[in-house]
Design a protein. Structure first.
Ligand SMILES: Nc1ncnc2c1ncn2[C@@H]1O[C@H](COP(=O)(O)OP(=O)(O)OP(=O)(O)O)[C@@H](O)[C@H]1O
Ligand SMILES: [Mg+2]
Ligand SMILES: [Zn+2]
Lengths: 154, 314
């Protein structure tokens, strides 16, 4: 039993199969910090799994909060195989695999400091997704590649 | 032989990425028909009354005058609004607002800017079409187009040409886009540079993804005999902390009659200019030298762009 380390929750959201080491970035994408944290969040890093070739995964469980699936899509930028399970009364009520289109807007900053999107212009960074795993984004403006997603999360 | 009509009316020219092979062929054919007009042998002022706004946030006199000349040949008026960049920056106006204002003064904008991606942003906020005249270390599509046009004019066909690109392949922005565009035409690429100035990995990777495998070497002699096109770029002093290292490297890659002994008789040599001493003056008198023609070709190519974007008529 891989998930034995975390106690069952009654209601909330489980984000499972997060690429190892990315759980903290998942929290960052969800906008969880000292000001926004509410109900209990449990996180497990470096948990055994057979489903990932690396043998490891991270897991995040949030009590009393049902993640909206659109927000969840952002997670796929750093954890392309993550699953989202909505738990109601201890059972999995809905389950969903994160998915993102081939174009994103406003989630990540361009890693090129000389890009027009990084110099105070009123413009949201935009990217074409060149590869999901490992993530490679091509800036719509400067056309440079951004690969270090977690360092550039907005 | 003319390519199928492509509709460029009101289109932005931001990046080579936006252009298909068919688009480029159309522009090269149109540029060919512009040549007598570019020389002043024929006159077509069907675009009289239109205004080109040259907006150069960075000095680039050659590109600016080339646009200006191309516009005048077509009867298009030119206003140089570059000074606006100084006042707008001083007043803290955003670039986007500057563009919206310049947009109101003209029918097409030629933009040079120091930030990569500025042309895309300008194209998004401007009602009128924007032509990217170089943005930062980003794209410079009119240069790429005139380079391709020069090869096509000299060689008839770009497909299958052995193109050797030599010099600073790391920082020289023109060659990145040129190399990428050449693969669209199935040219065979060889990159010659000192180790420290090699073509960046992601550019080479992009080319590989398209199924080509550029040959990379630091030895020009090894590849010169096979070359159909030798594209020479400037090696800048600033790239070398040690001046003696610069002297050594720049002399190794200097093109002269001596290192062209093994070259094909119909080899063409190109250079985006200005040259410092990458190409010896003695080469100018040989039939290999195409760099001045290349500079001229910027006029008919920019005419082709203005003509098709603004809807000129023969
Ligand atoms: N009541 C609960 N409290 C906490 N976690 C739960 C609860 N119910 C299910 N989970 C977790 O939610 C995730 C999805 O549940 P599910 O039953 O679909 O798991 P599974 O069969 O292991 O599927 P998979 O691992 O392929 O996503 C799992 O990580 C599971 O451990
Ligand atoms: Mg499981
Ligand atoms: Zn960018």
């Amino acid at each position: 039993m891989e998930d034995i380390k975390i106690a069952p929750i009654r209601n909330g959201t489980v984000i499972d199969h997060i690429k190892k080491g990315q759980a903290l970035n998942v929290l960052k994408i969800l906008g969880i910090n000292e000001n926004t944290v509410g109900p209990t969040i449990t996180l497990a890093m470096h948990v055994h799994t057979k489903k990932d070739p690396s043998g490891w995964k991270d897991i995040v469980k949030m009590e009393d909060k049902e993640l909206n699936f659109r927000t969840a899509d952002k997670i796929s930028l750093i954890a392309p195989n993550a699953t989202i399970a909505i738990i109601r009364d201890y059972y999995v009520a809905k389950k969903y695999t994160v998915r993102i289109g081939d174009h994103i807007k406003g989630l990540v900053n361009c890693s090129n400091p000389n890009c027009i999107t990084n110099v105070g212009e009123p413009v949201e960074p935009e990217f074409d997704i060149v590869s999901h795993d490992p993530p490679v984004l091509r800036c719509t403006y400067c056309e440079r590649y951004t690969t270090n997603i977690s360092e550039n999360l907005l | 032989m003319h390519s199928a009509k492509v509709d460029f009316y009101d289109r932005d020219i931001v990046s080579m990425r936006d252009l298909t092979r068919k688009d480029i062929e159309y522009l090269m054919d149109l540029a060919e028909t512009m040549i007598p007009y570019a020389r002043g042998d024929r006159v077509n002022h069907s675009l009289k009354g239109k205004i080109l706004g040259n907006l150069f946030f960075e000095p680039s006199t050659r590109t600016r005058f080339s646009f200006e000349s191309a516009a005048h040949r077509l009867g298009i008026d030119v206003i140089d609004v570059s000074q606006i960049s100084e006042t707008s920056i001083a007043k803290g106006e955003t670039f986007a607002d500057t563009i919206r204002m310049v947009d109101a003064y003209c029918d097409v904008i030629a933009l040079r800017h120091h930030h990569e991606g500025a042309a895309r942003l300008a194209a998004n906020v401007s009602e009128n079409p924007v032509i990217n005249a170089g943005d930062g270390a980003g794209s410079h599509p009119t240069q790429t187009l005139l380079d391709l046009f020069t090869m096509k004019r000299s060689k008839g066909l770009i497909d299958g040409l052995n193109v050797v690109i030599v010099g600073d392949l790391k920082y020289g922005r023109t060659v990145h886009f040129l190399a990428d565009a050449l693969t669209m035409f199935g040219a065979k690429l060889t990159f010659v540079s000192p180790e420290s100035l090699q073509m960046p990995r992601d550019i080479v990777d992009d080319i590989r993804k398209k199924g080509y495998d550029p040959y990379q070497t630091s030895n020009l002699n090894e590849v010169i005999d096979e070359a159909d096109v030798l594209y020479v770029t400037r090696i800048q002093k600033e790239r070398f902390p040690d001046p003696s290292e610069y002297k050594k490297i720049s002399s190794i890659y200097r093109i002269n009659n001596q290192n062209l002994r093994e070259a094909k008789s119909d080899l063409i040599i190109m250079h985006p200019l200005p040259r410092i001493d990458e190409i010896a003056l003695e080469i100018d008198r040989t039939p290999h030298a195409k760099y001045f023609e290349q500079a001229f070709n910027g006029i008919p190519m920019r005419m082709a762009l203005l003509y098709s974007i603004l809807g000129g008529e023969m």
